[in-house]
Every structure is written in structure tokens, then in C-alpha cells.
Ligand binder design. Sequence first.
Ligand SMILES: O=C(O)CCC(=O)C(=O)O
Ligand SMILES: [Fe+2]
Length: 371
Amino acid sequence: MAPTLANITSTTEPSKVTEFVIHKGFGVKGLSEAGLRSLPKQYIQPIQERVFNHDQTSSTLAGKSIPIIDMSKWDDPKTGNSICDAAEKWGFFQIVNHGIPIEVIERVEKATHRFFELPAEEKNKFSKENSGSNSVRYGTSFTPLAEKALEWKDYLSLFYVSDLEASQLWPSACRDELLEYMKKTETVIKKLLEVLMKRLNVTKIDKEKESALMGSKRINLNYYPICPNPDLTVGVGRHSDVSTLTILLQDEIGGLYVKVEEEEETNNNNNWVHVPPMKGSLVINIGDALQIMSNGRYKSVEHRVVANGKSDRISVPIFVNPRPSDLIAPFPQVLANGEKALYKQVLYSDYVKHFFRKAHDGKQTVDFAKI
Ligand SMILES: O=C(O)CCC(=O)C(=O)O
Ligand SMILES: [Fe+2]
């Protein structure tokens, strides 16, 4: 019998679960709604990848948090310094008073729920196979064909080419709200990059640099439904983003953890801090492309998302990226004082392909560009 919402259970054989989740487009949301009492086998992560595994090599730090930066006086050198310090030390920070109206953010949250509430059949029209476009992809987990264990997440990923293309290809359930939000984030993205470039002695962002820093954008809608055994799996496994910058909107549920390197040597130098949700704030993180272009000065830091047994969660990252056809390398200004280049020149589309060819594996993607 074909797998349907009604006959999927914890003991349904793995190939049927795959058929239901991936090919029929029900996603893990469908599994969650089928009321499974326990997690299907293919979602069980190896013990070292689980967040709360009570293992000495992985724990969470209470009381430590990523910086919160008030953007209302963004051209004040103090604000600039906080941004650059956070990008060097943490690779992650939250911004408040960033100028994006709360109503715009709330409309994005509503639109995200509206998309995932659509029947599986409707959402599946946007799968890679069915959409007929590389710019639109509805899917589940990260890269299921390459993963030994799947992640408890569904997503819609939209590559922005133009408003015209978006109006033709993006789902109408969320298109207008996402385009409005992307427009509103432009100023803050430019301000952040401008400030970050100043510390690298890049005072003029010419056309070539503008392309390498923000030549393309991708917006993802992430949906993490209630999970029957949250301790055995993950929402998103350990990874760093391949972007220049990521602007992340999260709802009030929480569950994003960021890795911190302890300064002093301890037995346990593998620690994670929670990124607490704050209404109206946005989480900013440095991606691999900016780590490469800054020759390691700004850090793209590992992060991951837990699965949740009590609440559904959504998040909406905008990945600000180089153009796929850009060659990226440490900026000459960064190397001007004789600093040795840590990264070679890579074609950005090759870098991204490398990322998607393998399961999430922490910070290993950047080795692709290491000299
Ligand atoms: O859901 C989140 O909070 C983060 C998601 C994430 O890291 C990503 O989509 O790259
Ligand atoms: Fe990420």
C-alpha cells in the first residue's frame, strides 16, 4: 500500500518512510502529524552528533551569550567596533534597532507557516524535480542522498535572481512577504559589510568587491516540526554557512546553538551557547566566504539546531553570497602588510557544490580553500 498520513507508523519500513517524506513531499512535518511515537531509524544520529548526549566532549554553557548590538547609531565608531569585534571573536551576534519594521518580520513568520501548512501535494510542486527551476527547492533534511542520518527539518530554498523571476517561480503563499523583507534588509546588509570592510582597510567597495560580498542572495524557510525523540536526532547538524553573511530570523521557540572556543585549555573545549530568541532582533553570522576573503580574521563559526519535542519552530535565513561565477580569495588589502594567505582562490560555485556534496560536517567545508 502507498504510504499515506494514515498508515505511517514508527515501524513502517525505511524505504516507505523515504517515499512518504521525500518523494511524496510530506516532509518530517508529515511524520510529525502522523503522530509517530518514536523516531524512524534513518533519523537516529550517531551519539557524538546529538546535542544533549551527556558525553564529556559536548556540552552546553549556561550564562554565556553572543553579543547583542544596537544598530540605531550604526555610524558611531563604537558600534562599528562592536560589530567587528563580534565578527572576529564570535562570528555570531544579534542586532536590535536595525530599522526593519516588526510588522515586516511578523508577515514573514506568518507567510512561512502559510507555506508549510499547504498540502504536501502543493508543496511538492516546488521540489527540485518538479519545480523545473534551480532557483526554487522544497525539500527535507540537508542533502538526503549523501547523509547517513537524516535531519529533522523541512525547508523551502529560494535563490533570488530578480523580482520578475520570483513573481513567476516563488510560491504565492509567501512570495510577496519574502520580497518585501529582502528589500528591507538591504540597508542593514550594506551597513554591516561597510563596517566590516573598514577594519580590513577596504574603504571602497568597487563593483568587483560588491559582487564578491553580496552579488547573490538566497532565502530559506526552515520548518522544524515537533519531534517524537528529540534527543536522538538534530534539527540541523554541525555546520558553518557558506555565505558572506547570514541574516537569520528565528521565532520565539529557540534551539540554535553556536560553538565557542574556550580561551583557557580545559578538558572540555567543545562548548555550545544558546542563541536566545529576542522578539524583533536578527541573528547575524559570518560565513565561510567572508572568512576566506578576510584571510581568517572574521570567523565563520560552527552552529547547529536541536530538535524539539514540544513545539514546532521556524527560522528564515537570508544567505548573502558572492555570485556563483565569482572567484573568491583573501582581499589584497588584508595581505598588504605581508600577511601570508591562508586560502587560495576558488570559484564560488565550486565551493558551494563541495558543501552540498556531503553531509554537514562542522567546519570542514573551508578546508576546500585552504592552502
Ligand atoms: O534554524 C536556525 O536557527 C539556523 C539554521 C541554519 O543554521 C541554516 O539554515 O544554515
Ligand atoms: Fe547555518
